[in-house]
Design a protein around this ligand. Structure first.
Ligand code: GLP
Length: 271
């Protein structure tokens, strides 16, 4: 596991965007797994800049998003209301600014009437695309990946999941409140890739910033692997793992000096 610590959110975002861009350049038809939340916004901004200023080409890239609230969603062909769907978020933060093809975008359909069948289909689509080359992840305040709340099996697959109280509180503060949406009208369920689904991605980048994430990041990376902190499944992943943190989010790691030493050595020796 590569643990990279950067001074600021801006540097963290540039670092993760560079890793994604490197893959897009070396494998133009790569499959990206994408995340929502406030953490990846800077990474998407930097990718948009690279597209506009450096011609980073997304024309063959396929994407699969981790999750979507159940009960909301948008049809990108039609004008839409300002809702808090992850489909809208992805459209606003990334897709409308780059040359990705609409048919190559996959976001769980929060409006599906047949969620079980739909979730199976989503998994099949990932397989048909050849699997996810690089999955971008944040981490929830309760240690979740996507919407795999505490108690989710570490072998779980794409499914409907009830949202934990802490997640509802966090997401209300970060998004719903600002949009003037009443707390009672927030969705309480989501469609989410499972931890088992995420672990099949060939490579993983996990991002976290801010002091609020410091405790949960330390538990995830240095604590026991547990379904109570589903992101701790990162310790089981067999591919390339890069955790990119700002110095606040890294501040409670016992092994911080060791991780920084390893990064320096790798840079010096060109690994
Ligand atoms: C939501 C998303 C997660 C995300 C988390 C953290 O719960 N489903 O994928 O990692 O929020 O969000 P933020 O980056 O705003 O802290």
């Amino acid at each position: 596991m590569d643990i990279i610590v950067r001074e600021s959110y801006d540097e963290l975002s540039k670092y993760s965007a560079k890793l994604i861009a490197r893959l897009v350049k070396s494998k133009p038809d790569c499959v990206l797994g994408l995340a929502t939340g406030s953490t990846p916004i800077g990474t998407y901004k930097e990718l948009v800049r690279m597209h506009k200023e450096e011609g980073l080409d997304f024309s063959q890239v396929k994407t699969f998003n981790l999750d979507e609230y159940y009960g909301i969603g948008i049809d990108l062909d039609k004008p839409y209301e300002l809702d808090q769907s992850y489909a809208r978020f992805m459209h606003e933060e990334l897709f409308k600014h780059i040359n990705i093809k609409k048919e190559n975008i996959h976001i769980p359909d929060g409006l599906t009437k047949k969620p079980d069948e739909y979730c199976k289909w989503y998994e099949e689509e990932i397989k048909k695309a050849g699997g996810i080359d690089l999955q971008l992840l944040g981490i929830g305040g309760d240690g979740h990946w996507a919407f795999n709340e505490p108690g989710s099996s570490l072998a779980s697959r794409t499914r409907i999941q009830a949202l934990a109280q802490q997640t509802l509180d966090d997401n209300y503060e970060s998004f719903y409140k600002k949009a003037g949406i009443d707390r009672a009208n927030m969705p309480h369920f989501a469609i989410t890739m499972g931890i088992g689904t995420i672990l099949e991605a060939k490579n993983i980048i996990m991002l976290a910033n801010g002091i609020k994430k410091a405790d949960v990041v330390a538990k995830c990376i240095e604590g026991p692997v547990t379904s109570q902190i589903t992101a701790s499944a990162i310790q089981l992943h067999s591919g390339g793992i890069t955790v990119v943190l700002d110095k606040d989010a890294a501040s409670k790691l016992n092994g911080l000096h060791h991780y920084m030493h390893v990064e320096k050595l790798k840079q010096e020796y060109g690994f």
